[in-house]
Design a protein around this ligand. Structure first.
Ligand code: LLP
Length: 420
């Protein structure tokens, strides 16, 4: 469900004609629909209303300040993975008591900043990390709330790069070690261990892997309690899938209906860390056709966005639907490669895509680009990064200006020893 669609021949985002945005803000530009993003958040909130829970938006998916501020004002919590993300949340005015800090490689500086900011808790990913948080919290006269991220060894049936819950992944610690970890943490006086965290992967379309994970969690929680450990939180991570092409992912309600009966009996507060589910279909990337080019075997549509703007097709072979901002050409569908200007054969946005052949200078929208789009963009080939726009009803505003060429060399210096 999203608020992008045609009105007559024009593609709209909520009540805004996207061609107005493309010509006003230029391209490439990411456009986010506030209504869609908040709609997804609210749907999840509603689905889980029956249990004590907190939805923590996984801001690695989209960390634009405007998006964060909008979610914060709705009461959403956040899942962060770096000091930089913590910094953004402070700027966005988020409630720190709803912030969870995850990630395998937290530095002392990042841990210190998070403790100082008063975040809710840390997901601990290794024993030395537990010791470090304990030491730093002690030095600050604080007690840190933590849980242990465990690896449930569940196959999420998704892309290899975004499967995280298998035992060969770098994330979490073996479930079999949980009792030992809880016992050990009992000796770390500046830690308060609240429970366990499981994240099995991303773009998961079925409920089955979650059920497997919850069942394993339930057995483990019972075992930990038998051994005298208090367990009051269960974090099921993120990973809820969305529609890019022909997927039929479980809805928030279906997910809740499957998981809740099992969670209810556990007597824990449920934490969720969705990223893609909230923002994925809430954003598009606007781009303009620069040239059409035919080789002997292929037709290339060369656009002004590239792998540096949206890397998902190159990196994961991901599918993003491509729509013209102005529909109506009756040109029959053709098989084309949509490619960018970056000097790599891996620079493509779509391969072998059947679509009406667009005209030069025509605007296109790449759909489902609200998650892991702008945040994974880079300056490769010295391309300034795209602008970001937030739409709210009939209003739109640039919420991150397009980078300028002078931004590209920010912080760089030519050493004097190079001479003149
Ligand atoms: N929690 C943890 C511990 C995670 O590692 C992740 C994502 C999330 C929550 C949020 O997952 P989500 O709900 O968005 O699926 N760049 C890839 C996705 C990488 C996901 C990394 N971890 C992509 O473009 O598909």
């Amino acid at each position: 469900m999203d608020e992008f669609g045609y009105r007559g021949s024009r593609l709209f985002c909520e009540d805004v004609d996207l061609e107005t945005v493309a010509s006003g803000a230029g391209t490439p530009t990411y456009v986010y629909s506030l209504g869609t993003i908040l709609g997804h958040y609210r749907r999840l909130e509603k689905a889980f209303a029956g249990v004590d829970h907190l939805v923590c938006f996984s801001m690695k998916a989209n960390s634009n300040l405007a998006v964060l501020a909008a979610l914060a004002r709705e009461g959403c919590g956040f899942d962060i993975v770096s000091g930089g993300e913590l910094y953004r949340l402070k700027k966005a005015g988020a409630d720190m008591s709803k912030v969870i800090f995850a990630g395998v490689g937290k530095t002392s500086e990042e841990i210190g900043a998070a403790l100082k900011a008063g975040i809710s808790m840390f997901n601990i990913e290794s024993w030395p990390e537990a010791e470090r948080i304990n030491r730093l919290a002690g030095a600050m006269g604080r007690r840190a709330r933590v849980d242990f991220r465990l690896n449930p060894d569940v196959d999420a049936h998704t892309h290899a790069y975004i499967t995280t819950g298998k035992s060969e992944n770098k994330f979490g610690m073996p479930m079999a070690d949980a009792a030992r970890l809880f016992r050990g943490a009992g000796r770390l006086k500046n830690l308060q261990v609240t429970g366990i965290h499981l994240h099995i992967g991303s773009q998961i379309t079925q409920v089955k892997p979650y059920l497997e994970a919850v069942e394993k969690a339930g057995r483990l929680i019972a075992d930990l309690r038998r051994r005298g450990h208090a367990v009051s939180t269960l974090n099921l991570g993120g990973g809820l899938g969305i529609i890019y092409n022909r997927e039929a992912p479980a809805t928030a309600d279906q997910f809740a209906a499957a998981v809740l009966p099992r969670v209810k009996g556990l007597g824990v507060k449920l934490l969720l860390e969705p990223g893609r589910f909230i923002v994925g279909n809430g954003g598009v990337l606007l781009t303009k056709v620069l040239y059409l080019k035919r080789s002997r075997s292929k037709t290339f549509v060369i656009v002004d966005s590239a792998m540096n703007d949206l890397i998902r097709p190159s990196l994961y072979d991901a599918y993003h639907e491509i729509l013209p901002l102005r529909r109506g050409s009756r040109s029959p569908a053709r098989k084309v490669d949509v490619v960018g200007p970056v000097c790599e054969s891996g620079d493509f946005l779509a391969k072998g895509r059947r679509m009406p052949l667009p005209a030069q200078d025509q605007y296109l929208a790449l759909r489902s680009a609200g998650a892991y789009g702008f945040v994974m963009s880079s300056n490769y080939n010295s391309r300034p990064r795209a602008a970001e726009v937030l739409v709210h009803g009939g209003r739109w505003q640039v919420v991150r200006r397009r980078e300028r060429q002078q931004d590209l060399v920010l912080g760089e210096t030519i050493p004097a020893y190079l001479g003149k």
